[in-house]
Design a protein around this ligand. Sequence first.
Ligand code: FCB
Length: 434
Amino acid sequence: MNFTRADFPDGFRFGVATSAYQIEGHGQGGAGLTHWDSFAATPGNVARAENGARACDHYNRLDEDLDLIRDLGADVYRFSTSWARVMPDGTGAANPEGLDFYDRLVDGLLARGIAPAVTLYHWELPQALADRGGWRNADMPNWFADYTETIMARIGDRTWSAAPINEPWCVGWLSHFDGHHAPGLRDIRATARAMHHVLLSHGRAIQVCKGLGVQNLGAVCNFEWATAASDAPEDVAASERYDAIYNRFFLGGLFRGEYPAEVLDGLEPHLPQGWQDDFTTIQSPLDWVGVNYYTRKRIAHVDGPWPNYAEAPTQGPLTDMEWEIHPDGLRDFLTRTAREYTGDLPIYVTENGMASATTPDPDRIDFLDRHLRAVQQALADGAPVHGYFVWSLMDNYEWALGYDKRFGLIHVDFDTLARTPKASYHALAKWWRG
Ligand code: FCB
């Protein structure tokens, strides 16, 4: 990697990202049960039925991990707070130990000169709320607003940035239509409600943060580039539908106050009553937008019910997730997002990285190098990109795929929990430390 900080604009921030359930060790510190615990306990949902009860034991190794972020030279650490750690039952009483933990995390970052970028929901919904229908329930925005108030009243005076919900597509579609993530539903009506309630909850949380005086508020979406599997018009239409559901639905809601027609074709009959009236809240003004980017899919038409698409076989080099390596998609999302939705609003690449079990990890260095060049191209094309955060600081619990998909710049031995920085960590540290 032959970059220096001078190769990026002044003030461009580099960082690393993690999330609570993937690293903390959810079994500790009085956190409540989450829908990921019950999803993982159901045979067939998660590789080897692994869960986040111990994970990287970050909860007990906070200082060691924060030292590793400092030694990497990261400007920003993007982490998430666990709703069930803060409020074990989802509503009502807070867990003082949980609040203390995030307090120490934020103070520990500031003491090391690292900017804390918090995400309030990275998927571990308290089980008590899942029992009440979770994201399908129209009360979710109220519950989420209360949780936001509880956690941000404690740490929001010292965070550098805040985003309510990580990757609304995963919360809505992947978890309620594809059934791949908790709660593992495959139900179009649940999907429609979840997708809308996620955006409405986002908006409510932004309003709560504003009321508390929290600075630098954003939204973090994940995008997957869609390429038609052939020039046939029905494949082209299928790939546009995929793009609408995956990418444009959330950008449309957040920045235009509308949902794409291709999505309404399938979901409109199932949206909650009065959904059209919620866009004022959903569109609460933001200070930045975050782009999580990993791959692209080739999409083909299939007959049958909406949405009439399927993934065509992948091409080219793949990561351990079997995701195609396609850096141009990152460039294209950065430029398209600015051009079509967000204009001058600062964009951050809030996640990018690869799963690879190789150590040393020249493949990861190459992946990051190529995607950083894509960021430079987007900058040259005028996209206002202000930062780039690698997923992930360390190997962790990769959801339904368990612990053997390794995204970390730091190797974690899941028996001893020893942390060992990989070659990619050293390559980044060389120029990030300046
Ligand atoms: C993203 C998630 C993150 C991690 C990476 C690989 O979709 O935000 O938790 O699983 O993918």
